[in-house]
Design a protein around this ligand. Structure first.
Ligand SMILES: [Zn+2]
Length: 83
């Protein structure tokens, strides 16, 4: 896949971009309001990129509020211990 002049990682669909966004939060334990907050359609390449500018995507807010994100973070901790 050709890279975009923004230098950002490209995702062909919003769903894939959101999955990767949640995964990034599960892996890196960002503090509240830090890290990528949502995804947007790029005017240059037409694919989706992360942005750290809020407001946070509803799916991300939901994952935080429901505890799903915390569960994913714990799962990733276990995975790294088993390596
Ligand atoms: Zn782009």
């Amino acid at each position: 896949m050709a890279s975009c002049s923004t230098g950002k990682r490209r995702f062909p669909t919003e769903t894939l971009a959101l999955e990767a966004l949640l995964e990034a939060h599960a892996l890196y334990h960002y503090k509240a309001g830090q890290g990528p907050q949502t995804v947007y359609t790029c005017e240059i390449c037409g694919d989706f990129h992360f942005t750290s500018r809020g407001p946070a995507h509803p799916k991300l807010q939901e994952a935080i509020a429901s505890g799903d994100l915390a569960r994913m973070q714990r799962a990733n901790e276990w995975k790294s211990r088993l390596k």
